[in-house]
Write a protein that binds this ligand. Structure first.
Ligand SMILES: [Zn+2]
Ligand SMILES: [Zn+2]
Length: 309
């Protein structure tokens, strides 16, 4: 019964082979980046993202994957938005590869660029401003950091929809024809690094504390998982404060009236700029993009760099 419900068609040999190939290729790229970082930088003074802490990351990822699968898989089973959607839906294996491989690429890439920018712009740091920011109550710091980060994210996300060469990267995220919690992992690492830089630089320059960063990072990691999930939760007023599933599902819609809407993780910003779109009691008919984005993980990583767009 359970197998029927999830339309489970396990092909263990195929799954294992795909994971092994992706893991091996990613391992080679990460080793190369780490060697470059040690050779070029020889510095660990910027510790917001510390690649030396990655020793047991594989185990943490495996555990968190299964916890999320259990938690959101259960929610999607009990409260599905699209009942007909299979649990192992189209492209799920590609998204598993994104989930496991991207994190390392994104952290190493962000670390390298952050250290480079830190060395370059160290002189611009205003210590009186940082002191003033850090002397505020923690809740106020979090509210300010959240708003600044979301404003930066909104700006970059809107540009990614408007500028063709940025869209090539962002199209990967929009290529899912079906949404669930795992679809949140489908993100080109270059785009994710750009988001980290755009959001991190203003927060870092203004001197928000590591605790504020920490709370924000936890929040920004969990929210996308919830708002991509295949759940029919609708929250009357909450979808004006944080991006709930109905708000973000409309962003992924390929319906004409919903295109280029709901960019933010903080819908008040969309309301401010006239891009808020959540019709009550409705969900999108279609997801995805018109262009032919490839379905395999490594093809998706290479897609923005191919000339024939
Ligand atoms: Zn988008
Ligand atoms: Zn999304």
């Amino acid at each position: 019964m359970l197998l029927q419900r999830f339309a489970l068609k396990p092909k263990p040999r195929k799954v294992l082979k795909a994971l092994q190939i992706n893991a091996f290729k990613t391992f080679l790229v990460v080793r190369l980046l780490e060697k470059c970082s040690k050779f070029i930088l020889k510095a660990r003074d910027y510790d917001c993202i510390d690649i030396s802490k990655h020793g047991n990351i594989a185990m943490k990822f495996v555990v968190s994957f299964f916890v999320l699968w259990l938690l959101f898989g259960t929610l999607e089973w009990l409260f599905p938005l699209r009942k007909e959607q299979k649990h192992f839906r189209q492209g799920w294996l590609t998204d598993v590869a994104h989930f496991f491989c991207n994190h390392i690429l994104i952290n190493v890439g962000t670390y390298l660029i952050m250290v480079f920018l830190y060395v370059l712009f160290k002189g611009l740091i205003s210590h009186p401003l940082q002191l003033a920011v850090r002397s505020q109550p923690a809740i106020l710091q979090f509210a300010e950091a959240f708003f600044i980060a979301q404003l930066a994210f909104y700006a970059l996300h809107r540009l990614a929809h408007a500028i063709p060469w940025l869209w090539r990267f962002h199209a990967i995220h929009h290529s899912s024809a079906e949404l669930d919690w795992l679809a949140s992992a489908r993100l080109h690492p270059v785009e994710a690094i750009a988001v980290n830089i755009a959001v991190g630089i203003p927060l870092f320059l203004m001197g928000f504390t590591r605790e504020t960063f920490g709370i924000y990072l936890v929040f920004s990691a969990i929210l996308p998982i919830l708002n991509h999930s295949n759940t029919r939760f609708q929250f009357a007023m909450l979808n004006r404060i944080i991006a709930t599933p109905d708000f973000h599902h409309w962003h992924h819609s390929n319906d004409r009236e919903a295109r280029d809407k709901n960019f933010s993780g903080f819908p008040i910003i969309d309301l401010m700029f006239g891009t808020y779109y959540v019709p009550q009691g409705k969900f999108p008919n279609t997801y995805g993009v018109d262009e032919g984005v490839p379905t395999r993980y490594w093809q998706q990583l290479l897609y923005p760099f191919r000339a024939n767009h």
